[in-house]
Design a protein around this ligand. Structure first.
Ligand SMILES: NC(=O)C1=CN([C@@H]2O[C@H](COP(=O)(O)OP(=O)(O)OC[C@H]3O[C@@H](n4cnc5c(N)ncnc54)[C@H](O)[C@@H]3O)[C@@H](O)[C@H]2O)C=CC1
Ligand SMILES: O=C(O)C(=O)[C@H](O)COP(=O)(O)O
Length: 374
C-alpha cells in the first residue's frame, strides 16, 4: 500500500510506516503523476482533489486533516468510487480562540465594551456554537442564522440573515463554502448584504475567502456601510488583495484554526480514518509530543476590573492576534510561508489561571472559556 501525506501535516511521521510506503510531499507537488499509484492521500486545503488529480489513479481513500472540504470534488469522488473524510470540529477550539482574541482587540482599538453589543453568528456548527459560548460569556447579545439547521430542527432561536444584518454590531461568518444550491455561501457577503447592514457592523471572515466578495467589501468600506473588518480567509490566497489588507482592522494568513491542538486533532482523526478504512488496527492512534508554550500559568489581578476586562486579558495572554496581523502586513508575499512556520499556539484548556481577588462570576466565565482556574 502507498500513502501520500502533505508534508505540513504535523505529528504524523512514523504512524503509517509499519503498514505502507509513505511519501511526504508539499501540497503543490501532489500531482497526477505522483498520486497515480497511491492508495490513499492524507491532505490539506492546498491540494485540489478533483478529476484532474485523481482520474486513472489507484486512490481509494482521501482523508483531509481539516474541517473544510471544499478542496475535495465530492461529486467526482462519488462517481469514481473514492471514499473521503474530513476532520469535523478538529480545530473549532482554535477558531473560538481566534474570534475571542479578535473581539478583544476590536473592542480595545475602537474603545467599546463587548457587553451589551449584538453579535450575529452566521453558520452555527462546531465553530459557531463555540463562538456563541464565548460571546455569551463576554455579555453579548446573540443572533443565530443557520437555515440548514433551522430546516432540520425547527425555528427555535434562529433568525433570518436579514435580521442579522439589521440588528448586529458585529457579524461573524462560520459557514462552509457552498458554490451552489439552496445554501449557497459563495459571495454570501455581496453588495446586497452590505447594503442591508443597518448598524454599520464589524464583519469577521474566518471561514473561506470566497464567502465574502472582495470588491463588495471594499465598496462597503468606501460607502461607510461597515465599521471595520477582521479577515483570516481571503479570495485568491495566497495572492491576497493588498488594498483590502490596508483597509481591514485585523489581517491574518488563514491561521484561525492553527493551534497545535487543532492540528493534532486533525492529524489523529485522519490517521484513525485510514486505519478504519484499511483495517490497520490503530483506530485509537493519537499524536504525541504536542508542543507547549513557554508557560501555561497565568496570574491576573481582578480588583478594579470588570469580568469582560479579565476575560479579554486572559484571552490575549494565550493568543494575541496582533502578532499574526503584524507579520502578515510586514510581508504579505510570504502568506504561505507564515502558515508553514506558524508559532506554537495552544488553546484555553492547557492554561491554568490564578485569579487574585476573584469574583465568583468571573471565575465561572473563565471556566466557560475552558480555562483551568484556581
Ligand atoms: N480559518 C480557518 O483556519 C478555519 C476555517 N474553517 C471554516 O469554517 C467553516 C465552518 O466550520 P464548522 O463550524 O466546524 O463547520 P460545521 O459543518 O460544523 O458547521 C457549519 C454550519 O454552517 C451551516 N450552514 C451551511 N450553509 C449555510 C448558509 N448558507 N447560511 C448559514 N449557515 C449555513 C451548517 O448548517 C452548519 O451548521 C468550515 O467549513 C471551514 O470552511 C474551519 C476551521 C478553520
Ligand atoms: O480546517 C479548516 O477548514 C481550515 O481552514 C484549516 O485550518 C486550514 O488548514 P490547511 O489545510 O490550509 O493547513
Amino acid at each position: 500500500m502507498k500513502i501520500i501525506i502533505d508534508d505540513k501535516i504535523p505529528y504524523i511521521k512514523g504512524a503509517l510506516e509499519p503498514f505502507a510506503e509513505v511519501v511526504y510531499l508539499p501540497g503543490s507537488q501532489t500531482t497526477p503523476e505522483v498520486v497515480k499509484d497511491a492508495d490513499a492521500l492524507i491532505t490539506r486545503t492546498r491540494t485540489k482533489c478533483n478529476r484532474q488529480l485523481l482520474e486513472g489513479s489507484n486512490v481509494k481513500f482521501i482523508a483531509t486533516a481539516t474541517i473544510g472540504f471544499d478542496h475535495i470534488d465530492t461529486e467526482y469522488c462519488r462517481e469514481a468510487g473514492i471514499k473521503w473524510t474530513n476532520a469535523p470540529g478538529c480545530n473549532s477550539g482554535s477558531v473560538e480562540q481566534y474570534i475571542s482574541s479578535a473581539l478583544a482587540v476590536l473592542s480595545h482599538k475602537h474603545n467599546f465594551s463587548l457587553s451589551g453589543k449584538t453579535i450575529g453568528i452566521v453558520g452555527v456548527g462546531n465553530v459557531g456554537k463555540k463562538v456563541t459560548r464565548i460571546a455569551e460569556a463576554y455579555g453579548m447579545k446573540i443572533l443565530l442564522n443557520d437555515p440548514p439547521r433551522e430546516r432540520a430542527e425547527g425555528k427555535g432561536d434562529f433568525v433570518s440573515l436579514d435580521e442579522i444584518l439589521e440588528q448586529s454590531d458585529i457579524i461573524t461568518l462560520h459557514v462552509p463554502l457552498n458554490m451552489t444550491g439552496e445554501d449557497k455561501t459563495f459571495h454570501l457577503a455581496d453588495d446586497a448584504f452590505f447594503a442591508k447592514a443597518k448598524k454599520k457592523p464589524f464583519v469577521i471572515n474566518s471561514c473561506r475567502g470566497e464567502v465574502v466578495e472582495t470588491e463588495a467589501l471594499k465598496k462597503a468600506f468606501q460607502a461607510d456601510q461597515i465599521a471595520g473588518a477582521v479577515i483570516d480567509c481571503w479570495e485568491n490566497e495566497p495572492d491576497i488583495d493588498r488594498e483590502l489588507l490596508d483597509r481591514v482592522d485585523i489581517a491574518t494568513p488563514h491561521i484561525a484554526g492553527y493551534s497545535k491542538d487543532g492540528k493534532a486533532n486533525g492529524t489523529a482523526m485522519s490517521v484513525q480514518a485510514v486505519s478504519r478504512i484499511f483495517g490497520l488496527g490503530i483506530d485509537d492512534w493519537t499524536c504525541q509530543n504536542v508542543e507547549l508554550p513557554a508557560s501555561t500559568e497565568i496570574t491576573i489581578e481582578e480588583s478594579g476590573k470588570s469580568t469582560e476586562e479579565v476575560l479579554k486579558e486572559a484571552v490575549l495572554k494565550t493568543y494575541d492576534i496582533h502578532e499574526d496581523d503584524k507579520r502578515l502586513r510586514l510581508s504579505p508575499e510570504s502568506f504561505e510561508k507564515q502558515r508553514g512556520d506558524y508559532p506554537v499556539r495552544r488553546e484555553f484548556p492547557v492554561y491554568q489561571i490564578t485569579l487574585l481577588n476573584s469574583s465568583p462570576e468571573t471565575m465561572e466565565q473563565l471556566k466557560t472559556f475552558g480555562f483551568k482556574t484556581t
